[in-house]
Write a protein that binds this ligand. Structure first.
Ligand code: FAD
Ligand code: NAI
Length: 463
């Protein structure tokens, strides 16, 4: 049998890659991880989940102080924005967590090969000046921002999510292109800090992929918070002059164009898989028509010994999906049975209130068969009402015959935390009755999930 430098080489250290490397090492496999960034943790820890949540958290408090929410609680303050300190705590969060991964690598004796990896053959990869071999190679190279043709990102006036996290001053007018997750989260940050924000979305509604009613309600709430929306509208050009941008937009279905002036434009129209420069041709591995690497259920690619996980393969581009795939791929490499249930991957938008869902939307469920739906408004939930958080609802979609829960959707201040319970219930094949008869602590927002489950059979108590 051929000798290899490593049992496992992971390319990319995002939530997919670093988790795969740690699990492989825990299972006794000699493991290395190639990463070209200066710090470990990938998009998520460096320029994604973590820094965006740091800015969302801080801006939420600022907004609560500025918009009178604190005053309603009897706390009178006049906030003063210290953007440098706000950015400082964001950087601290990133530094702490990326450093934490480096510590975990050392603890688990994982070698960090510094540099970008390129295949030189099926079991060999060049990283910097070094070529290493491995019995198994896991591609976990993640994704990057999808560019908008003809629009140049200069990270000054026209920014992507990375630039939008680091703005040195609050823009007067930010135009967000794309009403998806990044558009809503980062649009909310700068709106709360005082910018006028206009969101231009190509489709007739924001947040594609979410439940229809949730999309509509989220749109209403975001509008109430001051974000202006131009739905069914496409951007046909952006010109930048003297630090100002002029956008030309027109109805997506065609029609008269108009211009919008802005001093900051955020391009957030999706992300695409990172495969360029990987040398996939050297191992005869093709990508699909969306540029993704296809795998089987075990995360094997068509090339023996080469596996792939995370944003670079099909499925939602989410950190927790990548992490679970990281554990599963390492377990499969070690000869165990690593499985990810792709039907139960929760999705959360960290606005205030949060917007979350798991499983099928009501529309998808109705296409598959007869369903029963239970809904409960947060306005009727004692804790949400006490906390002055009346917006949103919980909705449970269940199979009409078996009562099995097919999907749960919610808008609530802590929807991201509440959705974990729904995901667990679905993993256990729960019926709406199972949730309805589970004792939930009072007073909690989660009682709204119980009551939405009770509403599936028409019997909630508090409405
Ligand atoms: P990545 O995290 O993209 O990591 C891939 C790594 O591979 C990178 O560090 C890259 O440098 C490295 N790499 C690429 N090519 C090579 C090579 N040839 N050699 C060596 N290294 C290479 N998801 C959530 O679930 N929750 C959130 O709140 C959330 N917020 C987000 C906010 C923003 C602004 C963005 C942009 C994304 C957010 N995401 C969020 C999505 C999340 O970041 C991704 O789904 C996740 O990072 C994907 O993990 P990954 O391991 O597949 O790839
Ligand atoms: P997205 O796919 O969520 O949204 C992009 C939006 O842009 C869509 O609504 C789409 O219709 C619209 N669009 C596309 N082309 C357009 C055009 N030319 N003009 C106007 N609108 C256009 O992508 P986004 O927000 O860039 O996020 C990328 C990925 O990052 C997502 O897949 C998401 O899963 C992940 N992410 C996850 C977060 C979370 O879990 N909280 C936070 C941020 C990002």
């Amino acid at each position: 049998m051929a000798d290899f430098d490593y049992d496992v080489l992971v390319i990319g250290s995002g939530p997919g890659g670093y988790v795969a490397a740690i699990r492989a090492a825990q299972l006794g496999l000699k493991t290395a991880c190639a990463e070209g960034r200066e710090t470990l943790g990938g998009t998520c820890l460096n320029v994604g989940c973590i820094p965006s949540k740091a800015m969302l958290h801080a801006s939420e408090y600022y907004d609560a102080a500025a918009n009178g929410s604190f005053a309603k609680l009897g706390i009178k303050v006049k906030p003063e924005l210290d953007l440098d300190t706000m950015h400082g705590q964001r950087k601290d969060a990133v530094k702490g967590l990326t450093g934490g991964i480096e510590f975990l690598f050392k603890k688990n004796k994982i070698e960090w090969l510094k540099g970008y990896g390129t295949f030189t053959g099926p079991n060999s990869v060049k990283v910097g000046d070094r070529t290493v071999t491995a019995r198994n190679i896991v591609i976990a190279t993640g994704s990057s921002v999808t560019p908008l043709p003809g629009v140049e990102i200069d990270q000054k006036v026209v920014v992507d999510s990375t630039g939008a996290l680091e703005l040195a001053k609050v823009p007067d007018h930010m135009v967000v292109i794309g009403g998806g997750v990044i558009g809503l989260e980062l649009g909310s940050v700068w709106r709360r800090l005082g910018a006028k924000v206009t969101c231009v979305e190509f489709l007739d509604q924001i947040l594609p992929g979410f439940d229809g009613e949730v999309r509509k309600e989220a749109n209403k709430i975001m509008k109430k918070q001051g974000i202006e929306f131009k739905l069914g509208t496409k951007v046909t050009g952006v010109t930048v002059k003297g630090g100002k941008a002029t956008l030309t937009v027109e109805p997506a279905k065609g029609g008269a164009s108009e211009t919008i002036e802005a001093d900051c434009v955020l391009v957030s129209i999706g992300r695409r898989p990172n495969t360029e420069g990987l040398g996939l041709d050297k191992i005869g591995l093709a990508t699909n028509n969306r540029g993704q690497i296809e795998t089987d259920h075990d995360f094997r690619t068509s090339v023996p010994g080469v596996w792939a996980i995370g944003d670079v393969i099909p499925g939602p581009m989410l950190a927790h999906k990548a992490e679970d795939e990281g554990i599963a791929v390492a377990e499969n490499i070690a000869g165990l049975t690593g499985i990810v249930n792709h039907d139960v991957i929760p999705s959360v938008v960290y606005t205030m209130p949060e917007i979350a869902g798991v499983g099928l939307t009501e529309e998808q469920a109705r296409e598959k068969g007869e369903v029963k739906v239970g809904k409960f408004p947060m306005l009727a939930n004692s804790r949400a009402k006490t906390n002055h958080e009346p917006d949103g609802f919980v909705k449970v979609v269940a199979d009409a015959k078996t009562d099995r829960v097919l999907g749960v959707w919610c808008i609530a201040s802590v929807a991201g935390t509440m959705i974990a319970q729904a995901a667990q219930a679905m993993e256990f094949g729960a019926t709406s009755e199972d949730i309805a008869y589970t004792c939930h602590a009072h007073p909690t927002h989660s009682e709204a999930l119980k009551e939405a489950a009770m509403a599936v059979t028409g019997k909630p108590i508090h409405i």
